[in-house]
Design a binder for this molecule. Structure first.
Ligand SMILES: [Zn+2]
Length: 188
């Protein structure tokens, strides 16, 4: 089952499914998380609590854990729904389920106030065309939504948008809403 889903992402099937009716496509894609009881405090939680449109949803997603295959499906559906390219995903065995990292797309890699150009730029050349997200081999859905929030900002918002400001919280919520819609009613 997991391999079939992975294959679907690789073959671009999700792109086709979701293009015509984003929300219907989202509803048709299910992910099957397991529950994690204890979660660590988060550095940016103060602002997220104040600004999020649905903080309870974010907390719920932090207790739901998925592996690589479900993470790939969730990323693909969020990107298609929001209308941004799918980032390269890099899974690391030693990264905790509660941390991730987002790399800007090649054309948006910035050096101070200067946006560095494309492949010819020395500091940009190692970056993925559409950006990348680093995750643990298992990851909570809140962490996934957090990093997708950065990815969406990188593609749709101003280059100087603060990393963990209000705009990002809005994108975090946007990603979380799509992911929440993919979770079955009783995850086990
Ligand atoms: Zn962050």
């Amino acid at each position: 089952m997991a391999n079939t889903r992975h294959g679907a992402v690789e073959s671009g099937e999700i792109r086709e499914t979701v293009t015509h009716s984003p929300y219907r496509g989202t509803m048709e894609r299910r992910i099957d998380p397991s529950i994690v009881d204890v979660t660590p405090p988060r550095r940016h939680d103060g602002r997220v609590v104040r600004v999020s449109s649905d903080y309870a949803r974010l907390r719920k997603l932090d207790h739901l854990l998925v592996g690589e295959d479900d993470a790939r499906v969730a990323v693909a559906v969020v990107c298609e729904t929001v209308g941004v390219p799918i980032p390269r995903l890099k899974f690391h065995a030693r990264r905790s389920p509660f941390t991730g990292a987002c790399e800007a797309p090649r054309g948006r890699v910035s050096d101070g106030l200067t946006v560095v150009g494309d492949v010819t730029a020395p500091t940009g050349s190692s970056h993925s065309e559409h950006g990348a997200i680093r995750l643990g081999r298992s990851v909570t859905l809140m962490t996934l939504a957090h990093e997708l929030g950065h990815h969406i900002v990188n593609h749709l918002d101003h280059p100087r948008t603060p990393s963990h400001g209000k705009v990002w919280v809005g994108r975090f919520d946007e990603a979380a809403a799509v992911i929440d819609g993919m979770v079955g009613t009783d995850p086990t």
